[in-house]
Write a protein that binds this ligand. Structure first.
Ligand SMILES: [Zn+2]
Length: 295
């Protein structure tokens, strides 16, 4: 359900904001009307454009499930962190940032991006500066850099309304995503700590529950703990030396094979890869010939 919170509107996405949908946020400043992450619902966003009007599109980050309906607003400037803009300029860069190398997977994803997510390259954007406060007219927004999920992921704090938009640090039971080439587990943890410390009264996340009108409390810790649980499972599995393929085939992140297999196998590999790198940096494992071994 959509909820109006002063000059800020929570727009609940189709299918409860589950991927490939998200939840959008509409800001009705006296000087500018903004849609954040237009991938919630084609119908709702079409109505919003006609009835309420939109002057700018803001993006929390570059992922496809945050931009699906951006072309409704082609006459509006896009604002995003400079660090996250390159994938929006070129589909090849987009796939590179996901680390998709195999030709047939690239072709498959190109099609999905063009057909399902309406990807069209963007020539220009205005950049949102980290830590700036922007006055939209009777509504002010603090831009908070929260890298990790992506290098330029932004969160937004509305100090007067005490509302915090936390984007894809979405407090779901699946846990955080940090499987892209430029994602970082360390930065994800730091960003979570930073967000948790902000004195908000209402929290808005991009997926699933989305609107938290009470402090998510324990969910912050649960979400972060998923990272350590994934790490524990990998370390336990390495009681015997294992090849990367053996680790990936064990489905330690997702728990079991999921469909579409090509999609989830890629994700499993991406997240496992990040954990392996992280464990190596911490000196907890090393590569011996083709096997990862515990130290
Ligand atoms: Zn994302």
């Amino acid at each position: 359900m959509d909820v109006q919170l002063g000059r800020i509107r929570f727009i609940c996405g189709d299918n409860g904001g589950k991927y490939p949908f998200n939840h959008s946020v509409y800001l009705e400043g006296k000087n500018a009307r903004i849609i954040i992450d237009p991938a919630s619902s084609l119908q709702k966003l079409t109505d919003l454009k006609q009835k309420d009007g939109v002057d700018q599109v803001w993006l929390s980050h570059w992922h496809e499930d945050h931009i699906s309906y951006i072309n409704l607003f082609n006459n509006c400037p896009i604002r995003i962190s400079e660090r996250d803009f390159p994938p929006l300029t070129n589909l090849e860069i987009f796939l590179d940032w996901y680390g998709i190398k195999e030709t047939h997977l690239r072709e498959l994803w190109k099609n999905v991006m063009l057909e399902n997510f309406n990807y069209r390259p963007k020539q220009e954007a205005l950049f949102l500066q980290d830590e700036k406060t922007i006055d939209l007219g009777s509504l002010s927004v603090q831009v908070i850099a929260t890298p990790g999920h992506t290098p330029g992921h932004l969160s937004f704090f509305f100090p007067d309304e005490e509302i915090l938009f936390i984007g894809d640090y979405d407090l779901t039971s699946f846990g955080p995503w940090y499987g892209d080439v430029l994602s970082s587990i360390e930065q994800t943890i730091q960003s979570l700590h930073r967000l948790k410390a902000i004195p908000a009264r209402i929290w808005v996340a991009s997926h699933n529950t989305g609107l938290f009108e009470k402090n998510p409390g324990k969910l912050w810790g649960d979400f972060e703990n998923v990272i350590y649980q994934r790490e524990d499972r990998i370390l336990k599995f390495l009681n015997e030396p294992k090849t990367l393929e053996e680790i990936v085939s064990a489905w330690l992140i997702y728990g079991k094979p999921r469909e579409p297999k090509e999609f989830f196998e890629f994700n499993e590999r991406a997240l496992v890869g990040k954990h392996i790198e992280y464990l190596e940096r911490q000196g907890k494992i090393t590569l011996d010939k083709n096997n990862y071994v515990k130290l």
